[in-house]
Structure formats: structure tokens, C-alpha cells
Ligand binder design. Sequence first.
Ligand code: ADP
Ligand code: ADP
Length: 233
Amino acid sequence: PEIIKTKEIRKVYRMGTEEVKALKSVSMCVNRGEYVAFMGPSGSGKSTLMNIIGCLDTPSSGQYILNSKDVSDMSEDELAEIRNKEIGFVFQTFNLLPRATCLENVALPLIYAGYNKTDREEKAFLSLKSVGLDDRIHHKPNELSGGQRQRVAIARALVNDPSIILADEPTGNLDSKTSYEIMDLFHVLHQKGNTIIMVTHEDDIAHYAHRIIRLRDGLIESDERNPNPTVVD
Ligand code: ADP
Ligand code: ADP
């Protein structure tokens, strides 16, 4: 079953009298449970496409169907609700609140979802446990290593049980050993049935994904199954 379907998505940015065609016509589908890497040179449209898939932005034309709902023309408020329910975001820079503990950071999305404090803490604890950080719940981000911070961010992305995990250069700020640990975690999430889409410009990171989509100049240049994904021991 398709979870993401884009039909001839175009995105034009207007800057004064100038137009930038960031996406020219992008059509693709992702099924539930797939693990996809987006690659492509800087400026090829990866962030623009990720922003649309993540409901942070809407296409200038074309259709985007997420979980059978047409989100192409939704209002800001409707998009915010879909985002909170359907998407777990993981960023290169972790985007954690520095003054909040791990537990508070992970519980944050649950405030908007309307859970009470006890339920929020219970769910946040279980999510931190699932990434192996149940012994760090009262630590603040600056008391953790980079890899641990990214695992907190992943726990936060998972806490609402989203349909899709969107990761933008998730290993971009990590050394290679820590990067592979994060890829091990993605591997486990994929095996549990999560749908994962990540942007990376590192070949060895992309090679963990089971499908690699390359963008160039606002178009899909290639879309290939990875017959031999890097296996985690
Ligand atoms: P954004 O956060 O707007 O998506 P980019 O993805 O363009 O920014 O860049 C994020 C970081 O990755 C930057 O430090 C950039 O220099 C680096 N980077 C982006 N694309 C490539 C690439 N194809 N090869 C090497 N480094 C890249
Ligand atoms: P990538 O993530 O692959 O580096 P982007 O999606 O960030 O590519 O950018 C695609 C093109 O759109 C680039 O030419 C970029 O300069 C342009 N672009 C991206 N965001 C904006 C914006 N907010 N306003 C104007 N142009 C933009």
C-alpha cells in the first residue's frame, strides 16, 4: 500500500522578478515500510521535496497524496495537524531544546497531541528506552554525546508513532563510527516496519537504504532498488 504518492509536483520560488524552478515535475510513490535515500548535488531540490513530503510546504502545482489524503491544497493549520500526526522529523543539527531534559524533549510532541502529563512521560520513557537511552532520561542535551543526542531526536520523532520518519542528513554532524550506530538504529526501525526517508550526500550512508532516488536539477534522475543494502551485524 502506498503511503506517499506525488504526481507531477512542481515548485517555483519567486524572488522579485526572478523565478527558481526547484522541482520541475516529480512523480513517485513510496510504499509503507520502505527505506529510501534521496541523493543529489546541492541545489538539486532534495530539501524542497523533503519539505513538501513533510508537509512543511506545498507544491506550486501537482498533487501530493499522503496516507490516501490529498494534502496539496491544505491550509497551514491542516498541514500542522497532519505533520504532528504523520511525520517524525530527524535533523542534521538534532534540534533539541537545550534547557529541557531528554524526557521533556521527547515528550514535547505529545503536548500538541493532547496527552496528559503521566501518559506523556510514560510514552517518552518507552521511546527513549527503544533507542537505548533509558538510563539518560534526566540528562540535558549538552550532557550527551552527539550520537546520544541524535538518538534522543529519533526517540522524539518516534513518540507519536508517525507514518513516516523523515531524516535530513541525520549523520551530517556525526563522526563515522557514530554515524554507523545511527544507521544500525534505522535498520532496526526499518525491520520493525517503519517507513524511512532520508537525505544524505554520503554514499556509504545511502547504501543502508533499500532504494536510492537521485535528484538532479529539479528532476528524478534515477530511482533504483539497492540489491545489496549494507547489513548490520
Ligand atoms: P540544506 O541544509 O539546505 O539541505 P545542503 O544539504 O545543501 O543544505 O548542505 C548541508 C551540508 O552538506 C553543507 O555543509 C554542504 O556543504 C554539505 N553538502 C551538501 N551537498 C553536498 C554534496 N553533494 N557533496 C558534499 N557536501 C555536500
Ligand atoms: P538541495 O536540498 O538539493 O540542496 P534545495 O531544494 O534546497 O536543494 O534547492 C533547490 C533550488 O531551489 C536551489 O536552486 C535553491 O537555491 C532554490 N531554493 C531553495 N529554497 C529557496 C527559497 N526559499 N527561495 C528561493 N529559492 C530557493
